[in-house]
Design a protein around this ligand. Sequence first.
Ligand SMILES: [Zn+2]
Length: 142
Amino acid sequence: MLEVTGIKRGIVIDHISSGKGLKIFQKLNLDKMNTPVVLLINVSSNRLGRKDIIKIQEHIDVDLTMLGLIDQNITVNIIEDEKIVEKVKINIPKKVIGLFTCKNPRCITTIDECAKPEFTLIPNGKIQYQCSYCEELTEYKL
Ligand SMILES: [Zn+2]
């Protein structure tokens, strides 16, 4: 398998479902970073068959809510001296502010730019969020 040098210090976003790596790369604005970032696509994985990995050679604040929306299989590893010092588990976020828009065209948050949409997860098998302004359900899609 393709070996890629480990990083000394930084963040490894691992176990990304194959095909979602690029989306995450874009959503986290990693193309605008001044530090080396590696995106690996279709790496062999025991758990997932194929997976994507992102390595960032710096400690940045990764938007865990955004990651949770895109893919709940992800593990975020914090690397210090080439060792994993912390593993952050990703969960489906229960509350989301901003990250996507309400699907109701008459909702105040789609009309007024200043009103930030706020959503609460409705656990019903799908990943659906209820808008706190108009109560419309919106399913998050990439
Ligand atoms: Zn709404």
